[in-house]
Write a protein that binds this ligand. Sequence first.
Ligand SMILES: [Zn+2]
Length: 248
Amino acid sequence: MPKLAIVVGHRENAPGATAVSPISSSEYQWNGDLAEIMAAHAASVPGAEVSIFLRDEGGVAGAYRRAKEWGADGAIELHFNSAGPSATGSETLYLTPPSRPFADAVQDATISALGLRDRGIKTPNEASGGRGTQNLSQMGARPSILTEPFFGSNASDCQAAQDNKSELAKSQLEAAVNFLASMDSDEIWEVTADALNVRGGPGVEFATLAWGPLRRGAAVELLSREGDWAMISNSSGQRGYVHTAFLA
Ligand SMILES: [Zn+2]
């Protein structure tokens, strides 16, 4: 039963960018509505549990603290982009290694719903000099992304978003829930090395985590695979990555 937190970007009294016609409303307003369509659609997606979190109380940290207390397996924060009138397309931001495949899945869903230019998945630094880093750091080892499905400053982007709003909500919701469900494998594996380092990402370039190394015979749950690496969790729910050569 994957639990997805939907965080609405910005606040009622600082509502973010305002989109041009035919949207003619703020990020906070348009995405609050989008979040409600997503949550309503979750009722027809088997196993999906969705809750909406606002930044009005306690800001970014407050919204994500409540999402974690609720037990969210992952989070998606809703925005739209803004620049000159000709900037166009969809992008999804991620920061941590577990969030990268989550961003890929939701970006694909966004492209299929809106049909705008695929600007790809990006880190906050690649997208805008770091904006979003604080938001995307809040979920720890749980996947967390920030969506920018269109440019509110571009009239034809806004037309596409307005015409396909329900489709956008449904396809993003389904992609997010299916991704989180795929991480809940219930597969238990055993460590076959004397001391197996646990890392923050899928590669030796990522730092080792303090809850490792794991001893031979330790049981771990396999959550997902990325090449020769697996994301695992221990019985306390801590997550990290190990090389699959040392699991059986
Ligand atoms: Zn925004």
